[in-house]
Write a protein that binds this ligand. Structure first.
Ligand SMILES: Cc1cc2nc3c(=O)[nH]c(=O)nc-3n(C[C@H](O)[C@H](O)[C@H](O)COP(=O)(O)OP(=O)(O)OC[C@H]3O[C@@H](n4cnc5c(N)ncnc54)[C@H](O)[C@@H]3O)c2cc1C
Length: 462
């Protein structure tokens, strides 16, 4: 079987770009990453690694490198602004139904782990290399130039250069990422010990026997919400006019914004150390295409489909893109398809999925910010059975809604790519027929309703 040498240039060493580089090397390709920053790293606070991507971290051995910095939590509590509990998800149930863990990790630890595995795999990462120009050559290759005048030629260029992507601006200059509403977010971390030693806040992190518990807590209100996991906090609020850049804010403003909330979370906000920023929530697309007409330049992650953060799926979706695209490129390396075929398969599989994630993220933001009234009352009533330990067929608590759990967290990007590849190799007919896929999905959803401990038996069959 012929094997082709494939040299891929990735623009941007963010979470999406670095994971993609690891997956391409695993598929047999060569990768050079060009990163604008003068040193590698990630700013910001914690990030959720939901089961759809924790399974990739495990497969690629990245979890081993990050080690104990991957934190597991036990439950999700949905609350009204005053702290009253209205919904509940046992995280173990999601993990068992999807067959993979749900972690929280600091961005910095995640990124370090990705970079270490990429380097060990032989990925070349060039820092201080801001890409300023791309040219599609007659030969079918792509020429890339950095601001400092270095020149490269690649068989394929992947633009994983974030929401202000130069690659996207080159391909689609008319596209402008925008905040869909005035909604934006502060991000902050309060050390766990600070929360634990304060008698008012202790009960949020300790059980009645004084054992440490790690939970995800959401306080919902019309003018904002607070999502705190391990006291990594995302504090949603609204600004008029909407903001489109990250900017530092005064702590007094953060405190004022959450006046009238549960006294426990107000006390935790008082403990936020200085250095908080306001983050815009910019949405890109959905675009009609993610690639150049020759299909030798393609977008990935926020560059293609930045989304609101309400389902914690932005980075996760970038990682899924990378895993999927690499699987398609394995066809090129194996001599069974052209780069154009691989990019077409990638767009066919990933564009609808990314668009779904954008929609469900926006929807969850709407649910969490409902004004007091009939819709909010209906939301709270629908979640109520969760407090009695029941598992409703559908729930507005989307982190625990069975359909949403399977669509977001049960998804396996590599498995999906293999399905598209098998269809491609069989002239459009998938090897596994649609009925088998439907059955698998039905099994996964049924799985959600099994008593605790029964999930793995079924998950292991899938
Ligand atoms: C408040 C908030 C909370 C969030 N929480 C979560 C969460 O819990 N879970 C989750 O999955 N997602 C979350 N997200 C979303 C997530 O942060 C992004 O979706 C993710 O970081 C995108 O990754 P990326 O690799 O596509 O792009 P980026 O992380 O933006 O990386 C782009 C990289 O490209 C580089 N670059 C830019 N221009 C150039 C150039 N010209 N040449 C070379 N390099 C260049 C940049 O320096 C950067 O390193 C959250 C977002 C916000 C705002």
């Amino acid at each position: 079987m012929p094997t082709n040498d494939l040299h891929v240039g990735i623009v941007g060493a963010g979470i999406g770009g670095v994971l993609c580089s690891i997956a391409i090397v695993r598929a047999g390709g060569r990768v050079t990453i060009l990163e604008a920053a003068q040193q590698l790293g990630e700013i910001g606070a914690g990030i959720q690694m939901t089961p759809n991507v924790s399974r990739l971290l495990i497969r690629y051995g990245i979890d081993k490198v990050i080690g104990n910095d991957l934190v597991r939590f036990s439950e999700l509590n949905m609350r009204r602004k005053d702290g009253t509990k209205i919904g509940y998800t046992k995280i173990q149930r999601v993990e068992e139904a999807t067959g993979s863990p749900w972690w929280l990790v600091h961005r910095h630890h995640l990124h370090n782990g990705l970079v270490e595995v990429a380097r060990q795999s032989g990925v070349e990462i060039l820092i201080d290399s801001r890409v300023s120009k791309l040219d599609r050559l007659q030969t079918g290759k792509v020429a890339v130039e950095t601001e400092k005048g270095r020149e490269f030629e690649f068989d394929l260029v992947i633009g994983s250069d974030g929401v202000q992507s130069i690659v996207r601006r080159t391909l689609f200059p008319e596209v402008k990422p925008r905040p869909p509403t005035g909604n934006c977010a502060f991000r902050a971390i309060v050390p766990y010990e600070e929360v634990r030693k304060d008698p008012l806040t202790r009960e949020l992190v300790e059980d009645e026997n004084g054992n440490l518990i790690k939970t995800m807590e959401v306080w919902m209100a019309p003018t904002g919400y607070i999502n705190a996991k391990d006291f990594n906090m995302v504090l949603s609020h609204f600004r008029d006019p909407p903001v489109d850049t990250v900017c530092p804010v005064d702590l007094e403003e953060v405190r004022r914004q959450y006046d009238g909330y549960d006294p426990r979370i107000r006390r935790i906000i008082e403990k936020i150390p200085p250095g908080v920023s306001r983050w815009p929530l910019l949405v890109t697309g959905p675009l009609e295409s993610w690639s150049s007409p020759e299909k030798n330049i393609v977008l990935l992650g926020d560059a293609a489909h930045s989304m609101t953060n309400h389902m914690a799926q932005g980075a996760a979706t970038s990682m899924e893109d990378g895993a999927f695209l690499a699987r398609c490129l394995s066809l090129v390396i194996g001599g069974k398809a052209t780069v154009g075929d691989a990019v077409t398969l990638y767009e066919k599989g990933r564009m609808p999925k990314a668009s779904y994630k954008q929609q469900v993220s926006f929807l969850n933001g709407w649910i969490w910010h409902l004004p007091d009234g009939p819709a909010q009352e209906a939301r709270d009533k629908e979640m109520e059975p969760e407090l009695r330990g029941e598992v409703p067929m559908r729930s507005p608590n989307l982190y625990g809604d069975p359909g949403c759990v399977q669509e977001c967290y049960g998804y396996d990007a590599e498995k999906h790519a293999d399905f598209e590849i098998s269809a491609f190799l069989n002239d459009g007919r998938a090897v596994r027929d649609g009925a088998a896929i439907q059955q698998e999905r039905a099994d996964q959803i049924a799985n959600w309703f099994l008593p605790d401990g029964e999930h793995y038996k079924i998950a292991s069959r899938l």
